[in-house]
Structures are given as C-alpha cells and as structure tokens.
Design a protein around this ligand. Structure first.
Ligand code: ATP
Length: 223
C-alpha cells in the first residue's frame, strides 16, 4: 500500500532520512516514534506525497510517487486521510462545515445525516454548529479525525494527534484510530508517547517503527 525503497530525504542541509526501506501492508497499524527532530513529520509527508524523496522510491497504491503528475497526487490524496499536528480549521465556519470541507473542495456531497453520524462517532454531534474557537483541544483533535475520515480513505496518517491532550483524552483518540483499523484502514500514528504505544498495543496488533540516526527500524519487540 505504501512502500519505501532505499528512500532518503534532504531539506538542503544534509541528509535527514537515509536508506529507508519498508512496506506498510493494507490494514496494518504502525506507530512511528523517534526523538524530536528525527524526521517523523517528514516521513509522513513522504507517505502522502507532500514531499518527494531526494533518493530512492516511494510507491503509493502501486504508483511511484516521482512519476505522478499534480492531478494524480490529488487523486491519491483522496485515499489518504491526514490528521495534522496543529489541526487547523476555518474559524468562521461551523464544525460540521469544517469537517465536510475535504468533500466540498472536491465537489462531492454528503448527507446531513451522515455528517451527524460521523460527528456522533467522535462524540461531537452536539457541537455541529459550534465555531472552532469554541472547541477544546480534545474536541479539535477528534474533529480533525472526523475530517480525515470523511473522504473515506484507505490510509490514515496521524502526526502527534495526542500532542496536547491529557492521558484520558489521548486514550479516547487512540481508540478511534483502533476502531478505524478494525474497519480495515491502514493507520500510521507518529507519537513520542511510549505509554500510549504500550496501552494501544494491548488492543491492536500494532508495530512500532523508530527513526534513529536517520534510519528506520522496527522497535516492536522491546516495548
Ligand atoms: N521545510 C523544511 N525546511 C527545512 N528544514 C525542515 C523543514 N521541515 C522540517 N525541517 C527540519 O527537519 C528536521 C525534522 O523535522 P520533522 O518535523 O520531520 O521532525 P519530527 O521528528 O516530526 O519532530 P517533532 O517530534 O519535534 O515534531 C528538523 O530539524 C526540522 O527543523
């Protein structure tokens, strides 16, 4: 589904990621960890073709990213939902409109009932008409998951989705991602939080990828 073959990335100041080879199988759940600044966000950007590798090959859904035209990338992104580190919303639009924005911009429609059900699933049905500045941190993060899911993606990439949340809210958010995985979605979650990884590993067969010294390695066994 997502494959890296000898991938390297360099922002211009020396290699940040080197010689990474891996395959994320359909329906798998991976955590991505590593020190601050090690390149977790960069890795995720390579996974959704926001960045193209400076060496090696990234293949998304059997297409080599480097060969994709801009329209192909847009097409590909419809299969990948991203929960960004700093989930940004349009402050003048109610929550329901923010969550459906990815569909609106691609001229697709969704019924109000379906939006209500999706907001209900993340526990925000009662806030459908609220404006983003009125939401708490945890509510914003759950709204970001709903927005990533509304396009019906095969893959969900979450970049520190629990960064500003307390333990209980973090577990609640991870539970949503575990549920999505049980529905067959491929999940990658970047996080520093080892306790969260341990807790989640008791619910789902998650593997742990660690970026260290520019390389990626499987770190599951020692957690
Ligand atoms: N657009 C950019 N241009 C130049 N350097 C960048 C750019 N984006 C990130 N970097 C640098 O690349 C390195 C890795 O950044 P990245 O955000 O991928 O790390 P991270 O592991 O996600 O960090 P954190 O855990 O702190 O969020 C950092 O040193 C960062 O300053």
């Amino acid at each position: 589904m997502i494959a890296f073959e000898n991938v390297a990335y360099n922002y211009g100041g020396g290699e940040l990621l080197s010689d990474m080879s891996l395959r994320l199988a359909p329906g798998s759940f991976h955590f991505l960890t590593g020190p601050s600044g090690s390149g977790k966000s960069t890795f995720l950007k390579l996974c959704y073709a926001e960045l193209k590798p400076t060496a090696g090959h990234v293949t998304l859904f059997d297409r080599e990213v480097r060969t994709l035209a801009r329209d192909d990338v847009a097409q590909m992104r419809r299969r990948i939902g991203v929960v960004h580190q700093d989930c940004q919303f349009l402050d003048h639009l109610p929550l329901a409109a923010n969550v459906t924005l990815p569909l609106t911009v691609s001229d697709r429609e969704v019924s109000p009932e379906d939006v209500g059900d999706l907001l209900g699933w993340v526990g925000l049905r009662h806030l459908a008409d609220a404006l983003p500045p009125q939401l708490s941190g945890g509510e914003r993060q759950r709204a970001a998951v709903a927005r990533a899911v509304i396009i019906g993606p095969d893959v969900i990439l979450a970049d520190e989705p629990t960064g500003n949340l307390d333990w209980e809210l973090s577990l609640r958010l991870l539970k949503l991602l575990v549920e999505l995985n049980r529905m067959g979605k491929t999940i990658v979650v970047a996080t520093h939080d080892m306790n969260l990884i341990r807790q989640t590993k008791s619910q789902v067969a998650a593997r742990v990828l660690r970026i260290q010294n520019r390389r990626i390695q499987l770190a599951g066994a020692d957690l």
